[in-house]
Design a protein around this ligand. Sequence first.
Ligand SMILES: NC(=O)C1=CN([C@@H]2O[C@H](COP(=O)(O)OP(=O)(O)OC[C@H]3O[C@@H](n4cnc5c(N)ncnc54)[C@H](O)[C@@H]3O)[C@@H](O)[C@H]2O)[C@@H](O)CC1
Ligand SMILES: [K+]
Length: 495
Amino acid sequence: MQIFATEQIRAWDEYTIRHEPIASVDLMERAATACYEWLLQHHYKGRSFSIFCGKGNNGGDGLVIARLLAQSNHSVTVYILEFGHKGTEDFQINLARLHETAASILFISSNEAIHPIPSQDVVIDALLGSGINRPADGLTAELIQHINNSGNEVIAIDIPSGLYVDHSAKGNIVIKARHTLSFQCFKPAFLMPENAESIGDVHLLDIGLLPGFLEQQAAPFQLVDQAMVSAIIRPRNPFDHKGDYGHAAIIAGSYGMMGAAVLCARACLRSGVGKLTCHIPTQGYTIMQVSAPEAMCRTGENHSPHELEKYDTIGVGPGLGTHVENFDLLNSVFEQNRRPMVIDADALNLIGQEKALLKQIPPGSIITPHPKEFERLFGKTANDYDRIQLALQKAAEYNIYIVLKGRYTFIASPDGRGYFNSSGNPGMATGGTGDVLTGIITGLLAQKYSSLHAALAGVFLHGRSGDLAAAYSSQPSLIASDLIEFLGQAYQSLT
Ligand SMILES: NC(=O)C1=CN([C@@H]2O[C@H](COP(=O)(O)OP(=O)(O)OC[C@H]3O[C@@H](n4cnc5c(N)ncnc54)[C@H](O)[C@@H]3O)[C@@H](O)[C@H]2O)[C@@H](O)CC1
Ligand SMILES: [K+]
């Protein structure tokens, strides 16, 4: 699924208006009706509503929702923020229609007109939508603050007022919504951690925008979803043998951190790899052989980085430690292996300390930093959007894939394309889940998926395993081992 910027969203609306064809006021009716139906289906039936509208089409959506609620006997008060103009055509048509209902309509043209919101009311925020072109200021900002301070539950229409669709609004005054009801596709704003407080839970409502538009559009970002990953994963052939699924190596573990190596190895095995050899410290031998009997082990000084050319790919980093001798280990790995590999955790921290190593990473490799590791490698950015751009820039500069881990993990491809993963949940914010991801991606690379496909399918399957595990038990109780246990079901869910 594409993730569109403001201009493309507007173009998609216009394409639908022209080709369906449908009048723009009727498309607004359809969008607002979807919001109204969502409210009725989600325990808001019978509640009373304070609906705040600007004079653009976002405000127009608010007016339609107000009319539908009033016509179904809900108590509705509509507050219209005065901007000194009449409003868009569709806004005006819907204001006239609203006058025929029992809804109270009040205009706010100064701060004296801002009154306390009844505590039992659900607030609908339809002040500003995707047409915002500057920070909310003056009376608009005061009204937003007033709504946020009220403590009432807020449901934002399309996007919380004050937030930009596709660039940072950090430091601006923005509505804090419990739910955001948006239309058709994800907007970049919904995928950025810096907006978490504003957007609440995002619900995408289908308003029937025509799919024909999608064929003509190159989106700046793609959402990694089930359809995408189902098309990547290949079925197994009946006459295949283990040699057909590759031989992976994992170089991981140190005293006190053998768990990371075990999680990585077990996840790699469950990903479908043909053979796995673990290069681990000698004292971890028994632990690994008992925990992952399917894997072979090589022990020896400094993880015994020898004969690495025999592997199809290598995953390095989980639980490795950042001792100085590991710089030699990494150098040796990068010298022997020039095929795409996976680099994670302490291997990234070592590279962060010795940036010259970045240039030695084999082309097409996948690095999997979390935001702090990313910062150690490439520096701080002012906001999440800049971090995404920096990731794309560095992916191109070093010819690597960067998997920037988070709620919506971002995958930066060296060709300039960016992908946000859609699966996963906050239960996965717990130790060891990153080691599991490294294992899965390493296993997919060994099975001769391209680096891009291994990264995309790996993050999606990892998140899907987390979703299945959380559904089976709960988010708080989720541990990294659960992801490995549910990987089989995650594969199954693709078909
Ligand atoms: N046919 C369509 O295009 C559809 C549009 N829809 C709604 O229309 C919205 C977009 O409508 P508009 O483009 O009219 O934009 P908005 O409703 O976001 O209104 C923005 C208007 O306010 C002004 N403005 C911008 N920033 C401001 C600020 N900081 N303070 C005060 N005023 C500011 C602008 O001059 C602009 O005219 C979407 O978010 C969505 O809710 C939906 O009804 C679906 C269909
Ligand atoms: K809004």
